[in-house]
Each structure stands twice: as structure tokens, then as C-alpha cells.
Design a binder for this molecule. Structure first.
Ligand code: KG4
Ligand code: ZN
Length: 368
């Protein structure tokens, strides 16, 4: 089944075409096309996303991206079996642009339309195939990997699509600009929410601390870059909720500590502040996730959402998961932050379950 997926919940206008098959136990989705038009440059002067500007840009970008897809795939409209669109959570004026565009398209090309949950999209991005450079892949068994009969030289520019190995129970840490959620999963479609943030989301804390340090929006990648030159032990910022025996998070106090520290130490080395702040976030996220891994005997740890692009966070979870003999899975970089491929796979997994369709209505606070 080919799914055209549309995502406009925040500041990325994205469209993807996926070829999905397989069962709920082992879904397989090939990402045939994946286009993301970022609005970062437009929102940057305002230090964050301006909903009405986002809406205006989505309205401009949607037909352009669709035209680009049609130019690339002459039979696009015949290929599409289903259209999927994000209905929430997110900024409602932004969500409506995607919904309205998808409704008009579905009507015109006479294809079914389904709604998808953005946070389920982030979660299911863990099931998208990894693209591994062939030179990094050691191919031993030629029967298992028919490509291995090709000479090494021809393999160099090629890529392999690897399905991630996800065994249950699994613990999923979903960390984005608006959410910080820890889930205990017993199957692809069965989970319990162990805890969420009580105030700021992890990504929001990165964005706010970046602003305090005079770094541009979005703050996450900027903090990571600055932190690479700093000492994570230079300043001991608080690790909120670290020793509380629950799975709730809180990042607002940590952000305030950085604010007071900068007020009292205006000449402090920014790289050290960034590294020390980042380390505090990583310590809390890692410790709480690992506590859940131990409690539930998890076989897999999933890290997804925009903050999952953070390399030191990935490394910390990878190392600690290995110690507990759990497999660590994090999507490819292109699927960490907002994209439409994840919306396509979320819609596919909903369809496999014959879930009650989500209404075609923007739902800013839709929960996972
Ligand atoms: O998932 P996402 O693209 O959008 C939402 O659904 O919110 O997440 C965006 C968030 C932003 O707060 C951004 O600063 C953060 O993800 N982010 C990062 C990194 N890249 C993006 N945070 C930490 N380190 C990064 N490398
Ligand atoms: Zn997102």
C-alpha cells in the first residue's frame, strides 16, 4: 500500500510517500520520497515559532512540495492508495493547513483520507528502516544478503535498508519540543504512559537555555554544538526529579538555574554552561529510562522525537542500554525531527489495527 503523508503541526512543512506492507508484528515501510521544507530561518528572528507565520508558510509550501513530488513521479496520483495527515497535537492554525490541503486533494483524486497522531508518528519513526552506508556494513552470509555478491567497489555508494530489531517489552523515551514522555510498550500498539514532564519539555528547555545564552532558535542543535567545546563538569546544575522514584520529569527549574547562573556570572564560558546544562538533561533522561528498563525487564530502548537528534544523549542511552543487555534503537537523523515519513507509518499501523479513524479536525492537545 502506498501512503502519501502530510505533516504541518509546527514549523516544518513535510510530505512523504511510503510503501508499507507487513503485519502489526513486523511492519515494513519503505520511504520512497521524503521532503521537508524547514521554516527555521523565518521564525529565527522571533526566537521561536510564530503560529500565524507558520500557517502562512505552510499554505505557501504545501502546493509547491506536492508539485515537486508530481514532477518527480509522473504517476503519483495513480500510485497513492491512501492520504494521511497529522491532526494533532501541535499548533492548530498550522495543523488546519495540512488538513484542508489533504481534504481537497483526497476529494480531487478520489482517495481515502486518514488522520494521524504526531506523537505516535515520533514513536513509530523507530520502525522506519535505517539507511546504512554499505562500506560500514560487514556482509558475511551471501545467501542472507544477496547484494554481497556484488564487488566491494560497486557497493561503495550504495545503501542498505535495515529493519530495526525491536523486541518487547520496550521502553520508549519520546522527547520533542512539546513533550517528554516515557512509555512501557508490550507490543507495537500496546503501551502504558509511565510519566511525562510536569512543566517544560526537554526540547523546550534546550530552546529556552539557548535563548539565555544568546544562541539562535532552535536551541537544541546550537547547545549541542557549543557543548562540544565545553566541560560538562564545569558547573553542577540541578538534576530535577532524578532521585524521585517515579517517571515524571521537570525541566523548568533547571532552566531557571541556568538563568540565575548567567545573571551572577555574566562572563562565564558559554561552552561550559551549554555542556553542563546538556549533561544535566542527559543524566535525568538516562537514569529514569534505565530505571524503567530494569523495572520492566525491557529488551529494547527506543529514543525518538526532535531531542533524539542529540548525539551525546544517544551515546549515553546506547552505553547504558548495553550494560542492561537491551537493544538501543534511534531513528536516522532525517527522522529525528519533524517529518512526514513518520506520519505515514503511524497511519499504516493505525490502519492495521482498524482503529477508529481520528476526526478531520485540528486537535492541539491530542495525547499519545
Ligand atoms: O520533534 P520536533 O522536531 O518538534 C516537535 O514535535 O516539537 O522537536 C523539536 C525540538 C526543539 O525543541 C529542538 O531544539 C530539539 O527538538 N532538538 C534538539 C536537537 N535537535 C533538535 N535538542 C537537543 N539536541 C539536538 N541536537
Ligand atoms: Zn515533532
Amino acid at each position: 500500500m502506498k501512503i502519501l503523508a502530510i505533516e504541518t503541526s509546527c514549523d516544518e512543512t513535510a510530505m512523504a510517500l511510503l510503501k508499507c506492507g507487513g503485519s502489526l508484528q513486523s511492519p515494513k515501510c519503505e520511504v520512497l520520497e521524503n521532503i521537508v521544507a524547514s521554516q527555521i530561518a523565518i521564525h529565527r528572528p522571533f526566537g521561536g515559532v510564530v503560529p500565524n507565520l507558520a500557517k502562512r508558510e505552510h499554505l505557501k509550501n504545501l502546493p509547491k512540495i506536492y508539485a515537486q513530488l508530481k514532477k518527480k513521479r509522473k504517476n503519483l496520483e495513480k500510485e497513492i492508495d491512501v492520504i494521511a495527515v497529522t491532526v494533532g497535537p501541535g499548533l492548530e492554525p498550522a495543523l488546519w493547513t495540512g488538513i484542508t490541503f489533504a481534504e481537497a486533494l483526497a476529494e480531487r483524486i478520489k482517495k481515502p483520507l486518514v488522520g494521524a497522531n504526531h506523537m505516535e508518528g515520533h514513536l513509530y519513526s523507530s520502525w522506519l528502516p535505517r539507511v546504512v552506508e554499505s562500506k560500514k556494513l560487514k556482509v558475511k552470509n551471501s545467501r542472507k544478503h544477496p547484494q554481497s555478491s556484488i564487488s566491494k567497489k560497486t557497493l561503495q555508494p550504495a545503501t542498505f535498508n535495515l529493519q530495526p530489531k525491536i523486541s518487547f517489552p520496550a521502553i520508549a523515551l519520546v522527547v520533542s519540543g512539546g513533550h517528554t514522555i516515557l512509555l512501557h510498550m508490550t507490543a507495537i500498539n500496546k503501551w502504558t504512559n509511565l510519566g511525562e514532564t510536569l512543566d517544560d519539555a526537554a526540547g523546550e528547555a534546550f530552546d529556552k537555555v539557548a535563548r539565555i545564552l544568546g544562541l539562535p532558535y532552535p536551541g537544541g542543535p546550537e547547545i549541542q554544538k557549543a557543548a562540544a567545546h565545553g566541560d560538562p563538569k564545569a558547573i553542577t546544575f540541578p538534576r530535577p526529579m532524578l532521585n524521585k522514584k517515579n517517571y515524571e520529569f521537570s525541566f523548568s527549574g533547571l532552566k531557571t538555574s541556568v538563568l540565575y547562573f548567567m545573571r551572577d556570572n555574566p562572563t562565564a564560558e558559554k561552552a561550559d554552561v551549554a555542556a553542563s546544562f546538556q549533561q544535566a538533561v542527559i543524566d535525568v533522561l538516562t537514569k529514569k529510562t534505565m530505571r524503567a528498563v530494569r523495572e520492566f525487564g525491557a529488551k529494547t530502548v527506543l529514543l525518538c522525537g526532535g531531542v533524539s537528534a542529540n548525539k551525546p544523549l544517544q551515546e549515553s542511552l546506547r552505553v547504558e542500554s548495553r550494560k542492561l543487555k537491551a537493544n538501543f534503537v534511534c531513528p536516522d537523523f532525517q527522522f529525528n525531527t519533524d517529518n512526514a515519513a513518520m506520519i505515514g507509518i503511524a497511519a499504516y499501523i493505525d490502519m492495521l489495527q482498524k482503529k477508529k479513524p481520528l476526526p478531520m479536525k485540528a486537535q492541539g492537545n491530542l495525547s499519545i
